[in-house]
Every structure is written in structure tokens, then in C-alpha cells.
Design a protein. Structure first.
Length: 340
């Protein structure tokens, strides 16, 4: 287990996790907790039956690529290579009429109701995005959350404006400034994996050279983009940016990224308010005491019994990022967040 802070809420989290592991309610968990400048990283239990949950074996967080892409898009807008109001048609020669009207801000909000066709046999991200915008049409009715198609299009746009592979964009613009060696959206030679991947072969977002490593028993189901601690640091920098102390984003940019977007109909959560790339889909009765009205975050589930919780409160500079390794009810998540 990682070194622990003497912070009492962190100790409370640790005691709960150890109790749940002992009772086999969960196999294990990885947690990043920060309150103001004090932070801790907790790893407890097993990542899979018989496999210890350690920083060396766990670390791929499902359903966090949206926040990373939002930060990269915010930086691109600050640097003047694109704006959040640019239309998709600026970057692709051929778009369906409805897709031609889509803006970068629409992609960041992940509120477009698009068909889920990902052209998973196409290995090139740019080609995949081109096929999506050339064939997709916005569906009638309430918007549904659809991260896969919007992420593919946004990732391809970032490659275009920087004339770099998306892996290098994320590495140079986001990972290196925050010293986050594990933060990535594409396979790397040392730790290869693929986000948005299921064991049935559907929903591949990017090609992968070594699928067996990405589907290591410690990281079942969908892979992701980083470690829990890395995502916590990213969220911490977003909060610091609101006060002008962040590394990545200036206050006007991060404020806009966190503004409420349109109301989105989630498949399993009902209607939620969404910001530009930063989810506000947490049910207010899910969180315990101590979280302010501007709290943003996301509760995500994945195949093979993974639950991810990301929560950040700008008012108290409090951040909690959790990955559980077995099915966890909202009641248990509420217990974890009900700390002063």
C-alpha cells in the first residue's frame, strides 16, 4: 500500500476500503484524494482475483478520456490554433449537413446524439473521423451521451491543428507540464493499451499493437487513459487554474470549460447537466456531506465490474478520484464521499 497521509478523511477512506476488501464487497480499489495542498494515494486489495492492486499493475481508468481531450482543446484555443466555436467543417472536406454545423464546443460537451458507428476496422484516427463526419447525422429527440464518436472526431482535429499524432499532443501539452508519465490516449511502447475497448471486440477507439497487455487481468474490461493519481493531479490543476495558479489553463479558459452545457439524457442516469468536457452528471443525492454546489464529476461503470468516480469541488479545492475493481452500489459510493 502506498504511503498514507495523516489526513483524517484519507484515513476514513482507507478504513472503509480495507473493510470492504476484507468482506469481499469489493476486490480492491485505487484512490487519489486531495484537500487544498495535502494529497494521498491509496491502493488496497486486488485488481482481479489473486492479483494484488499495486501502482505497478493497476492504472487504466475507464471513461476519463473526455476530460483529457477537453484540456487539450482548451490549450489549443489558448494558443490560437483553433477556437471552441470552430465548426467541424473547417477540418474536414466532406461533412453531412448536420455534422457541418457541429462546433468544437458541441464535441466537448459530448451532447450530440450520433449513431455509434465507429468504423472499428479503420486503424487511422484521421480516416475514422473523416468517415464519421461524412456519414453521421444528428438523431432526433433528446441528446444522448456518446463519447466514442465525438472523441474520435475531436482527437483527429487536435492532430490536424498541431500536425502531430494525438499521442504527442497529449504528451507535450498535458502530460509533460504536470509530470504525468502514465497519461496517454494512445498505445505506448512501455504500456500499451486501448481506451474504449470491450472484450467482445467492439468500440475500439485507436489501434493497439499488443492487445494482450492492454487486457491484462489487472485491468479487465475497458482500458482508459491514466492512473487514478494522474487524473487527480489533472483535476487539481484545473481547480488551481480557476485561481490563476494552474500550469495548463488560464482562468477564462478553464471557467468556460466548466460552465454548464446542455441537458443530456444519459442512458442509465436520466437527464443531467453537462459542461464542456467536464461531466456534471453526478446525482446530488449520490454525494455525501461537504461537497459544494459547483462540484463536478462523473460516476462511470464498465464491463467486467469496474466503477470509476471522479469528483472535484472548486470551492473547497477538494478532489476524490476512485477506481473500484468490482461492482459497487451507489450506497457504497455515497459512504465513500460522505466525509467532512
Amino acid at each position: 500500500m502506498a504511503a498514507m497521509s495523516t489526513n483524517e478523511p484519507a484515513m476514513h477512506i482507507r478504513r472503509l476500503l480495507e473493510k470492504w476488501v476484507e468482506r469481499r464487497i469489493i476486490l480492491g480499489a485505487q484512490v487519489f484524494y486531495q484537500h487544498h495542498d495535502e494529497e494521498c494515494h491509496i491502493v488496497a486489495g486486488e485488481a482481479a482475483s489473486g492479483i494484488d492492486a499495486t501502482p505497478d499493475t493497476v492504472g487504466r481508468i475507464y471513461c476519463t478520456n473526455k476530460s483529457v481531450l477537453a484540456v487539450a482543446a482548451g490549450i489549443a484555443s489558448q494558443e490560437g490554433v483553433m477556437t471552441l466555436e470552430d465548426r467541424v467543417a473547417r477540418f474536414f472536406d466532406e461533412c453531412t449537413p448536420s455534422m457541418a454545423e457541429v462546433k468544437i464546443s458541441d464535441l466537448l460537451g459530448h451532447s450530440l446524439r450520433l449513431p455509434p458507428t465507429l468504423y472499428k476496422k479503420v486503424l487511422c484516427l484521421d480516416e475514422r473521423a473523416r468517415l464519421i463526419v461524412a456519414s453521421a447525422s444528428l438523431q432526433e429527440g433528446g441528446a444522448h451521451y456518446n463519447a466514442q464518436t465525438t472523441s474520435a472526431v475531436l482527437g483527429a482535429i487536435l492532430e490536424k491543428v498541431y500536425s502531430l499524432p494525438l499521442e504527442r499532443v497529449i504528451d507535450e501539452k498535458v502530460a509533460r507540464p504536470l509530470a504525468l508519465p502514465n497519461l496517454a490516449l494512445l498505445p505506448r511502447s512501455r504500456r500499451q493499451y486501448v481506451p474504449l475497448h470491450r472484450r467482445d471486440g467492439s468500440m475500439k477507439f485507436v489501434p493497439m499493437d499488443d492487445e494482450a497487455r492492454g487486457l491484462h487481468a489487472a485491468n479487465p474490461g475497458q482500458a482508459g487513459v491514466s492512473t487514478v493519481a494522474d487524473m487527480g493531479v489533472l483535476y487539481a490543476d484545473i481547480l488551481s487554474s480557476l485561481e490563476g495558479q494552474g500550469i495548463l489553463l488560464v482562468p477564462p479558459t478553464v471557467t468556460r470549460l466548466l460552465q454548464n452545457g446542455p441537458s443530456v439524457q444519459l442512458y442509465d442516469f436520466g437527464r443531467r447537466s453537462w459542461g464542456l468536457g467536464f461531466q456534471r452528471d453526478l446525482s446530488r443525492d449520490l454525494l455525501g456531506d461537504g461537497w459544494g454546489p459547483d462540484t463536478f464529476g462523473h460516476l462511470g461503470t464498465a464491463p467486467r465490474r469496474i466503477v470509476v468516480l471522479n469528483v472535484a469541488d472548486p470551492g473547497s479545492r477538494r478532489i476524490l478520484t476512485v477506481r473500484f475493481f468490482s461492482a459497487v452500489s451507489d450506497h457504497i459510493v455515497q459512504q465513500l464521499t460522505a466525509i467532512p
